[in-house]
Write a protein that binds this ligand. Structure first.
Ligand code: AMP
Length: 191
């Protein structure tokens, strides 16, 4: 199964990605996590990504695309994968299309998590408290929300036109949302 998980910052993508990956036995690939690991390990990729991440801006497409290209080539992606936080721009959609075509595979679904605005802010501020992420300050959160609305929200329409989008209500507890996602995917696979 090949899935994309989309949703605004604070929608619970990271949490749900791990649960979905485990449930279907596929790797959950988070571009944000890969960037953060590179920042922690002081790699050249981390050095390149850090200033964008700290400002709440997107890392340039060429950098992100190359990273995803290398990740999807690894053997554990053969049975499928879940992409968390990629693609985020129309250029990344086009590049992912090429990567999948080269691999001779296609997407099964794009899960779009929807969460009310007030709840998003509440969750992000809570995460700032618990995880201490450098990009969870109020200013940077606002930038990330703006960048998401401008650059990433339009991708839902692109994938909708391809009949791939499953909207899932991301409000409520983690378990409840996971089960809504499983039901939606399984339901789709039956038809
Ligand atoms: P996330 O953990 O998904 O919220 O990502 C954290 C940060 O990593 C983002 O705010 C961006 O700076 C960077 N990032 C993650 N995924 C992408 C992507 N697909 N394109 C560009 N930048 C990304």
């Amino acid at each position: 199964m090949r899935l994309i998980l989309m949703g605004p910052p604070g929608a619970g993508k990271g949490t749900q990605a791990k649960v979905i990956g485990t449930h279907y036995g596929i790797p959950a690939i988070s571009t944000g996590d890969i960037f953060r690991a590179n920042v922690s390990a002081n790699t050249p990729l981390g050095a390149e990504a850090k200033s964008y991440m700290d400002a709440g801006r997107y890392v340039p497409d060429e950098v992100t695309n190359a990273m995803v290209h290398d990740r999807l080539a690894l053997e554990d992606c053969a049975p499928g994968f879940l992409l968390d936080g990629y693609p985020r721009t129309t250029a990344q959609v086009a590049e992912l299309d090429k990567m999948l075509a080269d691999l001779g595979v296609s997407l099964d679904a794009v899960i779009a998590l929807t969460v009310e605005q007030d709840e998003l802010v509440k969750r992000l501020l809570q995460r700032a408290h618990v995880e201490g992420r450098a990009d969870d300050t109020e200013d940077v959160i606002r930038t990330r929300q703006h960048v998401y609305a401008e650059e990433t929200a339009p991708l839902i329409a692109i994938y909708s036109e391809r009949g791939l989008v499953i909207q899932v209500d991301g409000m409520g507890d983690i378990d409840g949302v996971s089960h809504k996602i499983f039901d939606a995917i399984d339901d789709r696979n039956r038809h």
